[in-house]
Write a protein that binds this ligand. Structure first.
Ligand code: PGA
Length: 252
């Protein structure tokens, strides 16, 4: 079995205007060639209006493209929403679901997130499912219970899915770490990733999932984070908006 690639996911959120997204994508193709022998997979997550152009630019390279969200519905009267099928039409191969900025800011429940993950899979997109606890939850010692609560609906939905779930990615992003400059201590992270790994192995259906860490990743902390056995990659927000900073993380 070939070794899993290391994933470097650039989640630009609502930051890159189209022109910037296009020039970043061009430079990312060159970066992918630079690391071609390193088993590193770059994944760019532009906003919806830039998806077509970014997938076109990256189509001849190994760079993959992800949408930042999809609808929980296949189609219908849902003004402003974008279905997984529409995202697949743009040439994307991944789709982020359940980012904490949507769970918290838009009240997305874990059941909604699970339906989005299922829609992604059924349209041949690999979901990047974000999970993570808030600071009060962490302080009260509820981290594992929260992760379980967020994961279980996804496991149930994906078990019933028609598509291939083997490329599913799970991103652990403690909410208190996102955009704060605070990264959990290595010992704590190790225990969470070990737990996550074992939980998915026991559940069975996502035993193959790649596991990402996200939250205040930068070029300085990236090597330490990637040094953890069970971390297969990084979901990078703020530090992925500037190409040079993303490049340093990928090369670190
Ligand atoms: P951050 O964001 O790297 O800016 O903390 C990560 C994320 O929200 O995915």
């Amino acid at each position: 079995m070939s070794e899993k690639p290391e994933l470097f996911v650039a989640n630009w959120k609502m930051n890159q205007r189209h022109e910037h997204a296009v020039s970043f994508a061009e430079r990312a193709c060159a970066l992918a060639e630079e690391v071609a022998t390193d088993n590193k997979q770059l994944i760019l997550c532009p906003s919806f209006p830039s998806l077509f152009d970014v997938t076109t630019i990256t189509s001849e390279s190994t760079v993959a493209v992800a949408a930042q969200d999809c609808s929980e519905y296949e189609s219908g009267a849902y003004t402003g929403q974008v279905s997984a099928a529409m995202i697949a039409d743009t040439g994307c191969s991944y789709c982020i679901v359940g980012h904490s900025e949507r769970r918290q800011g838009l009240d997305e429940s874990s059941e909604v997130v699970a339906r989005k993950a299922a829609c992604a899979v059924e349209n041949m997109l690999a979901p990047i499912v974000c999970i993570g606890e808030t600071l009060p939850e962490q302080k009260e010692g509820h981290t594992f219970a929260i992760l379980e609560k967020q994961l279980n609906p996804v496991l149930t939905q994906l078990a019933q899915c028609k598509g291939d779930i083997n490329d599913t990615v799970i991103a652990y992003e403690p909410v208190w770490s996102i955009g704060t400059g605070i990264v959990p201590e290595k010992k704590i992270l190790k225990s969470i990733f070990d737990w996550l790994h074992d939980y998915l192995q026991t559940a069975g259906q996502l035993a193959e999932a790649s596991l990402l860490y996200g939250g205040s990743v930068d070029e300085k902390n990236a090597p330490g984070l990637m040094g953890l056995d069970t971390v297969d990659g990084l979901l990078i927000g703020g530090a992925s908006v500037d190409f040079q900073s993303f490049r340093k993380i990928v090369l670190s």
